[in-house]
Design a protein around this ligand. Structure first.
Ligand code: SF4
Length: 82
């Protein structure tokens, strides 16, 4: 996996991948799920613990990202979003 990608296991078999290269620091994800997404010192998203929220919150956070930098996959690695 390229260094810009961070991946974590969320609830209900949902996998969360963030593409730090695509992130523009809009912070809407961190506003919706601050226990899952935070920004580093260069205003790039950092994935922390996707198990701390429910799947609906992860979907809302992913859909809030203006650059589609948050990718959701099922347990088989099939891309669900975007
Ligand atoms: S919403 Fe998207 S662009 Fe904004 S901080 Fe989160 S990942 Fe980055």
């Amino acid at each position: 996996m390229p260094e810009a990608l961070q991946e974590g296991q969320g609830p209900d078999g949902l996998r969360v991948v963030v593409d730090r290269d695509a992130c523009i620091g809009a912070a809407s994800c961190a506003g919706i799920a601050p226990s899952v997404f935070r920004l580093d010192g260069r205003s790039r998203v950092v994935l922390t613990d996707p198990t701390t929220v429910d799947a609906a919150t992860l979907w809302r956070a992913a859909q809030s990202c203006p650059t589609d930098a948050i990718i959701l996959e099922d347990e088989r690695g099939e891309q669900l979003y975007p």
